[in-house]
Design a protein around this ligand. Sequence first.
Ligand SMILES: Cc1cc2nc3c(=O)[nH]c(=O)nc-3n(C[C@H](O)[C@H](O)[C@H](O)COP(=O)(O)O)c2cc1C
Length: 423
Amino acid sequence: MSAGPVVWWGRRAVLFQEETEKDVGKPKVVLGVSGGIAAYKACDLLRRLTESGHDVRVVPTASALHFVGAATWSALSGHPVPTEVWDDVHEVPHVRIGQHADLVVVAPATADMLAKAAHGLADDLLTNTLLTARCPVVFAPAMHTEMWEHPATQENVATLRRRGAVVVEPAVGRLTGADSGKGRLPDPGEIFEVCRRVLARGVGEPDLAGRHVVVSAGGTREPLDPVRFLGNRSSGKQGYALARTAAARGARVTLIAANTGLPDPAGVDVVPVGTAVQLREEVLRAAADADAVVMAAAVADFRPAAYAAGKIKKQDGREPEPVALVRNPDILAEISADRARPGQVVVGFAAETDDVLANGRAKLKRKGCDLLVVNEVGERKTFGSEENEAVVLDAEGGETPVAHGPKEALADTVWDLVAGRLG
Ligand SMILES: Cc1cc2nc3c(=O)[nH]c(=O)nc-3n(C[C@H](O)[C@H](O)[C@H](O)COP(=O)(O)O)c2cc1C
């Protein structure tokens, strides 16, 4: 045997050992990549997973390697990339990789991969891994609209979901070439959020399956002239966490998003709006057949009474005219008083600076909603943060405190309470 291969195998064995020690205690994720044009976006997902403390093994299919090479997967994951069941046979990779995983995520999942997974085919390393994995499995499909909508693909997706896999709905948008429609891979950040959530909570019961929920998020902007507006600091992150978690629990979700600039949560219908009046119109439209409406958006109480068609100019030596304001509609009070369907659950949010619970209780009564999420605004609890803490008040006088933690945790508590009320 020549010296070359001996040194190479020796170095690789050492690398495996070092990496095993380095990765002790980290959640083990298998990132399966199948042969779609969106394979390059899986590099971003891989980065997010490794940078947030996951030990990731990438298993690309032969077709995926036409799009992104093994060197990229290896360098980004910090591990060798097995591409064949026949590589390192003494380690039985076709069984071991799946057995040791805490999560398998396939992104992008081609129509072909969904079909193979649904039918239990095992003709390459990734399909073998899918059969041996006993952990949660997430598929993020990406393909042309015709392929996605084909009854064969839809039946395969239904089969996988019935067996407990999480199949993320593709996004709507630009596809390969000039086409656009449903079938685009969701934003890698959103697939990452799904993975994080599944790792934290497991696949869970889809207790909102068959329900339609409406969530408002962000902050309205009330224009003064073509370049200025009256706005607020709401980032929309809490509303997006609510939308994402509801979708993960099986709900059909309509997210009315006011000026957030955040990527669309996977599997959620997003309706962009600007002003309070537009938000009211879209919330009322979506609420008509909704089981629950959660108003997490910060809606401006007032708007400028007049809109100047041209930019308001500075006048030499003169103070500006005062801006007259008029009241905006009170959407939370309106939908609470006039429920679009019997048993519809309405949830409001209140940001308070002092006397938090007393003010929250008074607001709950005034608005007539079922639940009010009260959070104290202040240091470490500012708009835009990734975390939140709150007390959820209910119309019967109950209080559910939610400790400081990710916005998803608060969102899950809200859905637990909503699901309880929906029975
Ligand atoms: C340029 C190009 C782009 C493709 N994009 C997709 C895609 O986005 N989704 C898909 O399901 N198939 C796509 N295909 C077809 C798959 O590559 C093909 O079905 C292949 O057999 C999938 O193999 P795999 O599932 O083992 O990775 C594409 C093919 C080519 C040549």
